[in-house]
Design a protein around this ligand. Structure first.
Ligand SMILES: O=P(O)(O)O[C@@H]1[C@@H](OP(=O)(O)O)[C@H](OP(=O)(O)O)[C@H](O)[C@H](OP(=O)(O)O)[C@H]1OP(=O)(O)O
Ligand SMILES: Nc1ncnc2c1ncn2[C@@H]1O[C@H](COP(=O)(O)OP(=O)(O)OP(=O)(O)O)[C@@H](O)[C@H]1O
Length: 347
């Protein structure tokens, strides 16, 4: 835990605690991290209420990686490019907050300590926060008492424009199979988990039910059959609509794919499409009355700049899927009932 103070004036600022500080102190506690960001929660010291400015907010700080832009530039792009695409109630809000450098230093020291306690996954060891003048305060979607939070990464909700016409696998399922194959040293062994994004927004409500059920059951095996049924029905009947909007924008920003372009021709629209293909959907609600309390928000809409390393990765992924036949190969790979909606429809 790291002691901090939050002051609203002259502009919102978070800084390390100093001796004889007159502001009410808070602590920052690490809660989670992804490849690009680390997320902290605010806790009061003693029983003091948490300052209104950071109440029900989390702090998200960027990691020190070459492809990540400054927080201020990410924030500006988020406000300009992504916020207008969705209803405000379907987006995790962001507020820019100023930080002092000693705070980052102190949090980086804690990160090193978390590596020996097992609090951080091995794959994230060595990642540190970037020195940046800003962080982001975000809507806290953490489940409170009696609530449940589901995290869904919807990935590619429409087929890749680069996929062959005779594809029998969608982009996400093709990539999952290719990666499973690599991990298994060449054998095609179906792994557990993973879902076909196309099912989440299919016109057939039974497909939507089936897709959401797979996700909900995988994340909440302690919930009763009835509760799961209520959550699944709500998502398949109304909750999925934000994903239909997401699909529309994914398609609108990438009509032609990547393989026919020169790397220097990657447009901002393509970057936007890739961002929308890698965002997160949080679905939170009370277990007693999910449909009446559901809070459904997209997060992680950080503009993916076309850094040469990224473009190279995107291109080589797509090339591998096309050239090695992961979209089109007809071998029976997932047992009696394949996960991919496209595969099932082509049987
Ligand atoms: O390689 P992909 O397509 O599976 O997507 C990566 C994600 O993998 P996953 O969703 O788990 O399959 C990956 O997620 P994880 O780190 O695996 O949680 C990142 O989101 C990565 O983006 P960035 O490098 O942080 O900007 C994502 O990379 P890009 O979308 O920038 O290519
Ligand atoms: N607003 C939020 N409310 C609750 N939990 C959150 C929130 N934002 C992020 N988290 C938690 O923190 C984790 C990492 O956050 P985030 O997805 O922003 O990291 P990232 O580095 O951008 O991810 P990626 O690896 O996809 O690039 C999430 O998977 C989630 O568990």
């Amino acid at each position: 835990m790291t002691g901090v103070v939050y002051s609203k004036f002259p502009h919102e600022k978070l800084r390390s605690i100093q001796q004889s500080d007159s502001h009410k102190p808070l602590t920052l506690e690490y809660i989670a991290e992804g490849n690009a960001n680390i997320v902290y929660t605010f806790k009061p010291i003693a029983d003091e209420p948490v300052n209104l400015g950071v109440r029900q907010k989390l702090l998200r700080l960027r990691k020190d990686k070459s492809f990540i832009q400054s927080t201020q530039s990410q924030y500006i792009t988020f406000q300009r490019e992504f916020l207008p695409l969705f209803r405000p109630e379907n987006i995790v809000e962001q507020t820019l907050i100023t930080l002092d450098e000693s705070l980052i230093e102190s949090l980086n020291q804690r990160l090193a300590e978390h590596e020996s306690t097992g609090a951080r996954k091995d794959v994230r060891h060595g990642d540190r926060l970037a020195v940046d003048d800003h962080g982001l305060l975000m809507t806290d979607m953490t489940a409170q008492h009696g609530e449940f939070l589901f995290e869904i990464k919807p990935k590619w909700l429409q087929q890749s424009p680069d996929a062959p016409r005779d594809s029998i696998r969608c982009r996400t399922c093709a990539l999952r199979m290719q990666r499973d194959h690599m991990k298994a040293g060449g054998a095609v062994i179906p792994t557990r988990g993973g879902f076909c994004p196309l099912g989440l927004i299919d016109v057939d409500i039974e497909e939507r039910r089936r897709a959401f059920r797979n996700i909900i059951e995988a994340q909440a095996n302690e919930l009763s059959h009835t509760t799961v049924g209520e959550i699944v029905n709500y998502l398949a009947e109304e909750g999925y609509q934000v994903l239909s909007d997401l699909r529309k924008h994914q398609a609108q920003f990438d009509k032609h794919g990547l393989l026919g372009r020169d790397p220097e021709d990657i447009s901002d629209d393509y970057s936007k499409a890739m961002t929308l293909r890698d965002c997160m959907l949080f679905v939170k609600g009370s277990l007693n009355a999910f449909a009446n309390t559901a809070d459904i928000r997209l997060a992680d809409l950080d503009f993916k700049h076309a850094h040469p390393d990224k473009v190279q990765k995107w291109k080589s992924t797509e090339r591998t899927l096309v050239d090695q036949g992961w979209y089109t190969s007809t071998e029976v790979d997932e047992g009696y009932e394949p996960r991919c909606l496209l595969t099932r429809r082509s049987l």
